[in-house]
Design a binder for this molecule. Structure first.
Ligand code: KIV
Ligand code: ZN
Length: 504
């Protein structure tokens, strides 16, 4: 029988360290709930000692996400460990994760302590965490550049002090696959008590080896892999969860292991996280990129028509990929619509189903054919709990190369319809100025981008905007809007970003 490799998701901690990503509490909760549906074993919800915001989101996740273990990171510092425990104390299955640097460069330049002091601090911190929590993980940071003897003694001391998981990190993505393989095997032979704890790995992707090295470790007995959805993380990111999960599943014959991941939810989870973080998924990204189940060459297409296995080692449906078929039509009813949402991995409330069904009917009136990708765009729009402080009612535009672009926009706010008009450099600028007059907020538009999310002339366009509320407060949000009409998508994205300013 195959062993289970636990999936430790650190999207909300290491993944949130991706440059430009800044998730608020509601967004983090939404992601944690989706990770629970995906079936991850452990969610690292944040670093409680780092900020009040992190502390509060770990607390909120611990209170409402009950199935996976919820983990809080701490340096080997008493105040961090206290904060980690305070943030976790209502969790159904809490874990404190303590870490300290192990490499000479980190010890000398960053911490300015000796290796012996670091080993002592590791053991004391594990003992301290153990007073609060049975489940304690210890990580030696920058382990792949550490002296082997120091590393062995550090892990052995942590295990003796009560650590239940020890984590081998490749913090700067430096190790080659052969070196990492040898290191795993040597640690398995030399760390005292390693056979009684879970051996975990945590790899960064600076040289593009994060997934390969993690999988090498699985082959040598690692039974926990730390990773992030879409490979988010500092610099080049962390090992991508979707690649680890499908790597182990697809080659279970080689790894002799399995994972608890509901792989059919990978696509939806990946898109949700992309939407909330604003980090796009490259089309050739393994497992979840738009191109990975497409075949361009005639020879490949010919083979595929005979038998898909000629050029595909995984099924698109296994990762929840839309198959491009038009599963529902104009005359489809609410039941079929809800069943389709569930089949695609969306778990929407009754109100969300009602609202998305209305959008589907509107779209079916406007488009010749509603594709699975269209449905995906509709469902995904309802994954976020964004308050509708402002709601678009209507808009009118006058634009042309001999006219001053003018927009009149009507929004609903507190049950009241408010109309404003403005001129601008272009129709979208005019519409945004009219909206600013209504909301009285006038945020700074940091960026605006548009892309087609479906195919054909009547494709749905998705607009993404980033706004900052004020230079002093530095409150940043991201908004998305989807429509067959790019002006409407632009207005919806801007209103969505403004409504997000009202999130907790
Ligand atoms: O990369 C790293 O070393 C880490 C540790 C804190 C686990 O993220
Ligand atoms: Zn890391």
């Amino acid at each position: 029988m195959n062993d289970t490799v636990k999936i430790f998701d650190t999207t909300l901690r290491d993944g949130e360290q991706t440059p430009g990503v800044n998730l608020n509490l509601t967004e983090k909760l939404e992601i944690a709930r989706q990770l629970e549906r995906l079936g991850v074993d452990i969610i690292e919800a944040g670093f409680a000692g780092a900020s009040r915001g992190d502390f509060e989101s770990i607390e909120a996740i611990a209170a409402s996400v009950r199935k996976p273990v919820i983990c809080s990171l701490a340096r080997c510092v008493k105040s961090d460990i206290d904060a980690a425990w305070q943030s976790l104390k209502n969790a159904a299955r809490p874990r404190i994760h303590v870490f300290i640097a192990a490499s000479p460069i980190h010890l000398e330049k960053k911490l300015r302590i000796t290796a012996e002091q670091a080993i002592q601090s590791a053991a004391e911190s594990v003992r301290c965490a153990k007073q609060f929590c049975r489940d304690v993980q210890f990580s030696a940071e920058d382990a792949t550049r550490a002296d082997f003897d120091v590393l062995c003694r550090m892990y052995s001391a942590a295990i003796e002090a009560g650590a239940t998981t020890i984590n081998l990190t490749d913090t700067v993505g430096y190790a080659t696959a052969n070196e990492f393989s040898r290191l795993c095997q040597e640690l398995m032979r030399n760390v005292k008590g390693i056979e009684n704890v879970t051996f975990s790995v945590h790899c960064h992707n600076d040289l593009g080896l994060a997934v390969a090295n993690s999988l090498v470790a699985v082959r040598h007995g690692a039974r926990q892999v730390e990773c992030t959805m879409n490979g988010l993380g500092e610099r080049a990111g962390n090992a991508a969860l979707e690649e680890i999960a499908m790597g182990i599943k697809t080659r279970s014959d080689y790894y002799m292991a399995d994972v608890n991941i509901n792989t059919k939810s990978l696509y939806v989870t990946s898109r949700l996280i992309s939407q909330l973080t604003g980090v796009d998924i490259p089309p050739n990204k393994p497992i979840i990129g738009e191109n990975v189940f497409r075949h361009q060459s005639g020879i490949h297409q010919h083979g595929m028509l005979r038998d898909r296995a000629t050029y595909e080692i995984m099924k698109a449906s296994a990762v929840g990929f839309p198959d491009g078929a038009a599963p529902l039509g104009k005359l489809s009813g609410r039941h079929a619509f809800q069943a389709e949402a569930e089949r695609m991995g969306f778990n929407l409330s009754a109100e969300e189903i009602d609202a998305s069904f209305k959008r589907f009917k509107d779209l079916a009136d406007r488009k010749k054919e509603v594709t699975e990708q269209d449905l995906y765009a509709i469902f995904a729009g309802f994954l976020h709990e964004v308050p509708t402080v402002f709601h678009m009612v209507s808009y009118q535009l006058f634009a042309g190369n001999t006219l001053t672009p003018t927009a009149t926009v009507t929004l609903e706010h507190d049950g009241e319809k408010i109309v404003e008009a403005a001129v601008g450099d272009g129709p979208i600028d005019a519409a945004y100025r009219a909206i600013d007059r209504i909301t009285g907020l006038a945020p700074k538009l940091e960026s605006y981008s548009i892309r087609a999310v479906t195919e054909g002339q009547d494709a749905l366009g998705e607009v993404t905007v980033r706004i900052t509320r004020s230079a002093q407060e530095q409150i940043r949000t991201l908004g998305k809007g989807v429509s067959t009409d790019i002006i409407e998508a632009s207005i919806l994205a801007y209103i969505n970003a403004i409504n997000r300013l009202f999130l907790g």
